[in-house]
Design a protein around this ligand. Structure first.
Ligand code: 7PM
Length: 277
């Protein structure tokens, strides 16, 4: 019941899992640069797994708020060699942070275990590619596109709005032939939300969890933490990020996406221990 089939691997969500974030930085044009970037990605993966990550989320930075869209060819060239290399060397679930149908298809073929799409499969062809991959998918809530979404975020009730959206996207997946058991939900902290919206979502996360699908959250280093900490820069958000992860898991989240794997794993070990007492 808590088992999620992720391609050739199985993720047991009986205990909450930490998903380590692996950002693929742009390569230099030389072959040497490409090799170095792959090598750095593998070393970071090895460290995150040693720190207790149970999934690795590989992204080519096409999904960041305010980011310029990365071209399809460039995304594939950055993403696929890393997916292939991690799959060959490590026993872990590889999540691909992508909205691009070809990236979903090709990374599934190379050993990815989960599709993490901040656009919730709304790009043309993405729904079909995700269904055909056979992999679980994380559907994240976002209004608009990463480039424009911070303009005037406005909700009557952000929790209700997120729930309606996630239900609709799940229904679209099921209508396209996906088993409901493959769907994960994510409220999309920081995507088209004010600080108050983000805090309301964190406070009422149990309601979203009650939709019945495993919940993934990404809070690590986000600007909502900086805002609560009176403007703390990104390198001073670790402690608040860990606290946010614990609150989220206590309200039902099962996967925590984080840059700070060791600190988050330790905190969730404490959560797990008290849960079992
Ligand atoms: C700048 C702003 C850089 C925001 C990076 C980000 C999520 C995600 C991201 C999330 C899922 C980050 C974000 N956030 N995927 N991808 N959930 N499922 O903090 O919250 O990494 S990008």
């Amino acid at each position: 019941m808590t088992l999620l089939a992720c391609g050739t691997r199985t993720l047991d969500l009986a205990t909450p899992a930490v998903m380590g974030i692996l950002n693929i930085t742009p390569d230099s044009f030389s072959d040497g640069g490409r090799y170095l970037s792959l090598d750095a990605a593998l070393r970071q993966t090895e460290q995150m797994l040693a720190d207790g990550a149970r999934l690795i989320d590989v992204g080519a930075e096409s999904t960041r708020p305010g980011a310029e869209p990365v071209g399809e060819q460039e995304e594939l060239e950055r993403l696929l060699p890393v997916v292939e290399a991690i799959a060959a060397r490590f026993d872990t679930v590889i999540s691909v942070d992508t909205s691009t149908p070809s990236a979903m298809r090709e990374s599934a073929r190379l050993g990815a275990g989960l599709i993490n799409d901040v656009r919730a499969l709304r790009r043309p062809g993405a729904l079909e590619a995700a269904v055909a991959s056979g992999l679980p998918v994380c559907l994240m809530h976002m209004r608009g596109e990463p480039g424009t979404m911070q303009l005037a975020p406005d909700y009557d009730d952000v929790v209700a709005g997120v729930m309606v959206f996630l239900r609709e996207r799940a229904a679209a997946c099921v209508a396209a032939g996906m088993d409901e058991g493959r769907i994960l939900f994510d409220p999309g902290f920081g995507f088209a939300k004010t600080l108050t919206h983000n805090l309301q979502l964190l406070k009422h996360l149990d309601q979203i969890q009650q939709l019945g699908r495993p919940l993934l959250v990404g809070l690590s280093r986000k600007s909502m933490l900086g805002a609560v900490l009176n403007g703390a820069p990104v390198d001073q958000r670790l402690h608040a990020g860990v606290a946010a992860a614990v609150l989220a898991v206590d309200r039902g989240a099962r996967i925590v996406r984080s840059h700070d794997v060791r600190a988050t794993v330790d905190a969730l070990m404490l959560w797990q221990a008290q849960q079992q007492a």
